[in-house]
Design a protein around this ligand. Structure first.
Ligand SMILES: *Cc1c(COP(=O)(O)O)cnc(C)c1O
Length: 230
């Protein structure tokens, strides 16, 4: 099943890239494997996935230990400051940085381990109460604030668009975030390397690609529905 799902996601990504006049290699697929057993991750790995996303620190650390070492791990879930120390040095990128206090903690732990940690600023594009992230208006000031930390590299933005049965409704949110991304990229801020726009999930990744996403985070579309009761 995972093999077929991956083939379908891959075909859809390729088509969305074509529609947008983009090259397929501009978009990285992150297989979001949260709650899924190792055998599922191994299957995805066997069919070529090398980027995996998780949203809980403990689960992420357990899976890192048991999976091949050439995987790039993405922390995509809300991160508590007291858990940062377990993550540093293990992730390709932390997608969910939305406060100076959290960035400070990432700086402190990264300095201790003498590493530079790649982060994305999480933006709450639709200003939903239920979601984490800063507002679009605050995006540049947060980028500038985070850029002051020598052991952090700001690589771009992440957003979780609203859940909707009509993904077209999210197009404007993606497009708005891309505008701010391009604008800030053009300012060449010191210690900022705007290269990642992480947007689009199972429901809306094709629209996100058409609007400029460079990373899409697909869980259900690859692994099937998640069961949170077990
Ligand atoms: C769970 C999750 C995803 C994947 O969601 P699907 O709808 O299953 O593709 C993507 N991004 C974040 C931040 C998530 O928590």
């Amino acid at each position: 099943m995972i093999q077929e799902n991956l083939a379908e996601v891959e075909a859809r990504i390729t088509n969305a890239c074509k529609r947008a006049g983009r090259s397929r290699d501009e978009v990285t697929l992150i297989a979001v494997s949260k709650t899924k057993p190792l055998e599922d991750l191994r299957e995805a790995y066997a069919y070529g996935c090398r980027n995996f996303g998780e949203n809980k620190v403990q689960e992420l650390c357990d899976k890192i230990e048991q999976m091949p070492s050439d995987i790039r791990w993405h922390m995509i879930g809300h991160l508590q400051r007291n858990k940062v120390k377990y993550l540093i040095g293990k992730t390709a990128c932390i997608h969910s940085v939305d406060s100076v206090r959290l960035a400070e903690q990432i700086e402190t732990e990264s300095a201790k381990k003498n590493v530079i940690t790649n982060i994305l600023v999480e933006v709450n594009v639709a200003q939903e109460e239920s979601k984490f992230g800063i507002s679009l208006e605050q995006a540049e000031s947060y980028v500038r604030e985070f850029a002051k930390f020598p052991h952090i590299r700001v690589c771009g933005f992440m957003t979780i668009a609203p859940y909707t049965t009509n993904p077209e409704e999210n197009r404007q949110f993606f497009s708005d975030l891309r505008k701010v991304y391009v604008d800030i990229k053009g300012k060449n801020i010191d210690n900022v390397n705007m290269s990642i726009l992480s947007m689009g999930m199972t429901n809306d990744y094709e629209i996100a690609i058409e609007e400029g996403a460079t990373m899409v985070r697909v869980g259900t579309g690859i692994f099937g529905e998640r069961n949170y009761t077990i």
